[in-house]
Write a protein that binds this ligand. Structure first.
Ligand SMILES: Cc1cc2nc3c(=O)[nH]c(=O)nc-3n(C[C@H](O)[C@H](O)[C@H](O)COP(=O)(O)OP(=O)(O)OC[C@H]3O[C@@H](n4cnc5c(N)ncnc54)[C@H](O)[C@@H]3O)c2cc1C
Length: 498
């Protein structure tokens, strides 16, 4: 048997690929396998949120993603008697370099991540399936089956299940996946549509439910999602059915043609009861699945991965204690839980046939939506939530507030905003970053894994102080003044080996 690995990443969807990208940046010894012989070609998740782009920027992939995608800045909300033009992310998102929803097929996102890994000499081992994984002493013994039928046994210190909703790792670790299925069936089509304003997302709100068209760009111009109408056989997604839905549910004259991918599916809302059990970790769809309302699923998975990767890397290289790995579930399980709740509410309002909710869609929304859109604060809150810019770990075990912390500015556990512009880029290199604000003498790095940046007065905080930014772009420690005693104690705890 070969020498044990540090990490086996199971699954090369967006979650596994993001994890591998981060592990590679820290030179962790890992392998990434996927049972499917080829990369998925279907578009699947079409939307990338600002926070995902921020977090991937340090690995040099966000510019590629933006170059390939389309940045929708508007939503047309088609109500029964009027069309509201809703600018997307125009308020509440001025502290990010990516103030837009990026539409890009998931297949393209995976291609960008796979190419980035290949450029760094990491090959995704396709056609390789994890069959079983069993804890034996200090390692997990994993049995793999290759596409030619050959078997392989390997040992790994940690196994991360990025293997989707039907996760083998989750089953092998004995972690439950609790929740429910929604009764409705949906249909999806990537196709061409004549009669829709291009470069804009469209939502048609009707008594029967919601109909969406998103500007996909490639491999087709539009992604359509709708409830399967009553009376049609779920599973049958014919061009005639798609046209009938458009005719019945919209007052615009739309011509639907050239569908290149159609499918119908039922949705679930489920979550793993634990994100970690001993040497096993779960991330992405293996840990949580929910409705696509708000385009959160893939984004949450990628951000799970980027919360976990640096922690595994630091523990494996002996720079951090095992205890650091406990913080993964403590930080990410509440995020997964909130996403499931939020998407469940949006889904229920959008699809319910309950008379009150039908009335809300057809009568109340047309009257009150314009008023709501004129109020800046609730809109900003909504956009920040959807953009995943509002995620924080303030109550997490890795967030520590030192003495004399300034009243204004990010708190321990908050994401580092891009204020002033360029700050995120300055701190994007993998690793921890110590930010010194206000006047400071020259400060030697307090640790060989920490880069020091003098921000002077151009900082998100007021006055003199310091903050430690984690590798995933969240503030771990903040304090006022120039006394670094509290910071050193924080580093002694989480990065004890200089
Ligand atoms: C039709 C559809 C539409 C969607 N629309 C949206 C949307 O609008 N917005 C959004 O955010 N999300 C959407 N999603 C969800 C999104 O696609 C998922 O959240 C995302 O793919 C999750 O990524 P993942 O890497 O966690 O898992 P997956 O993409 O499922 O990847 C898991 C990988 O693990 C591999 N694997 C499984 N078992 C094993 C094993 N035993 N050994 C080795 N490999 C294994 C699989 O082959 C697969 O490649 C949609 C999904 C579907 C199906």
């Amino acid at each position: 048997m070969t020498a044990p690995l540090d990490v086996l990443v199971v699954g090369a969807g967006p979650t596994g690929l993001a994890l591998a990208t981060q592990l590679r940046a820290y030179e962790t010894r890992f392998r990434i396998i996927d049972r499917s012989p080829d990369r998925a070609r279907e578009s699947r998740a079409p939307a990338i949120q600002p926070r995902t782009l921020e977090q991937l920027a340090g690995f040099g992939v966000s510019d590629d993603l933006v170059d390939r995608g389309s940045t929708a800045v508007r939503l047309h909300l088609h109500l029964p008697r009027r069309v509201l033009q809703v600018p997307l992310f125009d308020v509440g998102c001025d502290d990010t370099p990516y103030p837009y929803l990026l539409f890009l097929p998931q297949s393209e996102t995976e291609d960008v991540l796979t190419s980035r890994l290949a450029a760094r000499d990491v090959a995704v081992e396709r056609g390789t399936e994890l069959v079983s994984a069993e804890r034996t002493g200090a390692y997990v013994t994993c049995r793999l089956r290759h596409r030619d039928g050959g078997q392989e046994t390997l040992r790994a210190r940690y196994v991360v299940g990025c293997d989707g909703a039907h996760s083998t790792v989750r089953a092998q670790a004995g972690i439950a996946f609790e929740g429910y299925a929604y009764p409705q069936t949906f249909l999806l089509a990537d196709l061409e549509v004549d009669g829709l304003e291009p470069g804009t997302a469209h939502t048609f709100m009707t008594a029967s439910g919601l109909l969406f068209f998103f500007p996909l760009g490639t491999p087709a111009t539009w992604r359509m999602i709708a409830l399967h109408p009553p009376g049609s056989r779920s599973g049958d997604v014919t061009p005639e059915l798609l046209q009938r839905i458009a005719d019945d549910w919209t007052t615009d004259r739309l011509t639907l043609r050239d569908p290149i991918w159609t499918t119908s599916f039922r949705l679930h809302n489920r979550g793993a009861t634990h994100y970690r059990k001993g040497p096993f970790f779960l991330a992405g769809d293996a840990a949580h699945i929910h409705s696509p309302a708000g385009g959160q699923g893939m984004n949450t998975g990628i951000q799970d991965a980027l919360n976990l990767g640096w922690k595994l890397a630091h523990v494996c290289r002996g720079a951090s204690p095992e205890e650091l790995l406990e913080t993964y579930e403590a930080e990410r399980a509440p995020v997964g839980h909130r996403v499931r709740r939020l998407t469940d509410r949006a889904f229920t309002v959008g699809t319910s046939s309950h008379p009150a909710l039908r009335l809300a869609r057809t009568h109340l929304a047309p009257r009150f939506a314009p008023l709501l859109l004129r109020t800046t604060a609730p809109r900003a809150r909504l956009f920040r939530t959807v953009a995943e810019l509002a995620i924080h770990y303030r109550r997490g075990p890795l967030s520590t507030t030192g003495p004399r912390t300034p009243g204004r500015g990010p708190r321990a556990g908050d994401r580092l905003p891009d204020v002033p512009r360029g700050l995120q880029q300055r701190t994007a290199d993998p690793g921890h970053h110590l930010l010194l604000t206000g006047p400071w003498p020259e400060v030697p790095p307090p640790h060989d894994l920490v880069a020091v940046h003098h921000l002077g007065a151009r900082s998100p905080w007021q006055g003199t102080g310091h903050a430690l930014v984690r590798p995933d772009g969240y503030v771990g420690y903040t304090a006022g003044g120039t006394d670094l005693t509290g910071l050193r104690a924080y580093l002694d705890r989480w990065l004890p080996r200089p």
